[in-house]
Write a protein that binds this ligand. Structure first.
Ligand code: PMP
Length: 456
């Protein structure tokens, strides 16, 4: 159990992201001081299992000394140079070659950013520039999904479908619209099979295209599996039908691989697991396993050709292709590759976690829709499993549950009332067992608390 800690001084000057800072000032925060493998350690000496790989990003696990060494060496040799004005450097060339090697054959170009949000904003500008370059300047509208998450910048937050984010700061920006998410448990009709629902949910895209006019639509963007929306895994019929619709109406298909990319679902990219091929995909997080900030937008040959015809693309970041981040990312991809870490997720730890995840959580009465793909999993907290009734004030029960986990030194996340986990990809079967033993005890505590709460 966590010892009482007073880290209020830690929030004296720091405004934390996605936080109620007034609450943090009142109650303090937990200070993380070191990490190794799947564990992080706080200032009180607690060993905490990081069931979320940081923010879905430390794919390779903590404490990989090789990455630290590479960073040190690169800092000594060339700590910074830009790639704007007819210049480049070896680190970014090596990384680009590696990315092209691990992506499908028709992906041969990369644009670098520093984060997922920047990758998404880059993609928005790139898609519109592409259509204008190939003679369709009116194709500007980008379609996202409710409850999708695409970052916190103006473009990313607009394209995402988080209403609480739209409410702050007049979002979405112009020419961004949304369709509903392919959440079978929550949105299927009575007696509708998963396969039928997948097609119906994909057809919402066609309906939106027809309502707005295909000549105005630039792209459809989705996470192969919605992450921050609560690990929403679409039926197998969904993405192939989406791909068909995009082709039919000449609309670019974009996958946001910021979470799914670099092994999370048991393949290099989520679209491989979910059975489709996008025109563009955005990445970040697992590209460097979070060791340094770097993102990349991968572009297929068709879109590249259009962009090349369009002259200068007036877009870029000081740190696009930063040498130290690029060197670390390259080594991270190499380790994932050489140590067969992704293959293990696909053939060993992924299937094992799926089985144990089901066994562990199906015992609890406030739990429904237990799901997983690779090392990305979730379940939904419900008031009544039979009637599928959700708890009132969606999200507040999730936070209660998450805080019980956190107090017991296990980091899971609550996305609304969906509880989710995404541990580092290097997690072993034994560590999965340990993680789920703690999770089971936490769920017992949660169940007792909810029993009492619902009686009163
Ligand atoms: N897209 C997706 C799918 C994400 O999950 C995230 C972050 N969780 C982002 C974009 C934004 O990435 P970042 O926080 O690095 O800006």
């Amino acid at each position: 159990m966590t010892k009482k800690t007073d880290n209020k001084h830690a929030v004296k000057h720091h405004l934390h992201p996605f936080s109620d800072n007034a609450q943090l000032k009142k109650h303090g925060v937990r200070m993380m001081v070191k990490a190794k493998g799947i564990y992080v350690y706080d200032s009180e000496g607690n060993e905490i299992i990081d069931g979320m790989a940081g923010l879905w990003c430390v794919n390779i696990g903590y404490g990989q000394k090789k990455l630290a060494k590479i960073a040190e060496k690169q800092m000594e040799v060339l700590p910074f140079y830009n790639t704007f004005f007819k210049t480049t450097h070896p680190a970014v060339i090596r990384l680009s070659e590696k990315l092209v090697e691990i992506t499908p054959r028709n992906f041969n170009h990369v644009f670098y950013t520093n984060s997922g949000s920047e990758s998404v904003d880059t993609m928005i500008r790139m898609v519109r520039h592409y259509w204008s370059s190939v003679g369709h300047p009116n194709k500007k509208i980008i379609i996202g999904r409710w409850n999708g998450y695409h970052g916190s910048t103006l473009g990313g937050a607009s394209l995402g479908g988080m209403k609480s984010m739209h409410e702050q700061g007049d979002l979405p920006i112009a020419n961004i619209v949304h369709i509903d998410q392919p959440w079978y448990y929550g949105l299927a009709d009575d007696n509708e099979s998963e396969e039928e629902f997948g097609i119906r949910a994909a057809n919402w895209l066609e309906e939106k295209i027809l309502a707005l006019g295909a000549d105005k639509i630039a792209a459809f963007v989705g996470e192969p599996i919605q992450g921050a929306g609560g690990v929403i895994i679409p039926p197998t019929t969904y993405w192939p039908r989406i791909e068909e619709i995009c082709k039919k109406y000449n609309i670019l298909l974009v996958a946001d691989e910021v979470i799914c990319g670099y092994g999370r679902t048991g393949n290099w990219f989520g679209f491989e697991t979910l059975g489709f091929t996008p025109d563009i995909f955005t990445t970040a997080k697992g590209l460097s396993s979070g060791y340094l900030p770097i993102g990349a937008v991968l572009v297929n040959d068709k879109v590249t050709e259009g962009l090349l015809a369009g002259g200068e693309f007036n877009h870029g970041f000081t740190y696009s292709g930063h040498p130290v981040a690029a060197a670390v990312a390259y080594e991270n991809l190499n380790i994932l590759d050489k140590k067969n870490i992704i293959e293990k997720v696909r053939t060993k730890t992924g299937p094992y976690l799926r089985k144990r995840w089901q066994e562990t959580f199906s015992k609890f009465k406030y739990v429904a829709d237990i799901r997983s793909e690779g090392l990305m999993c979730g379940f939904t907290l419900v008031k009544n499993r039979e009637t599928r009734e959700l708890f009132d004030d969606f999200g507040s029960t999730g936070l209660i549950c998450r805080d019980i986990f956190f107090k017991n030194n296990l980091i899971f996340r609550a996305c609304g009332d969906h509880m989710v986990a995404a541990p580092p990809l290097i997690i072993s079967k034994k560590e999965i067992d340990n993680m789920l033993a703690i999770a089971s005890a936490c769920m017992r505590e949660f169940e007792e608390m909810m029993d009492k709460k619902l009686k009163t």
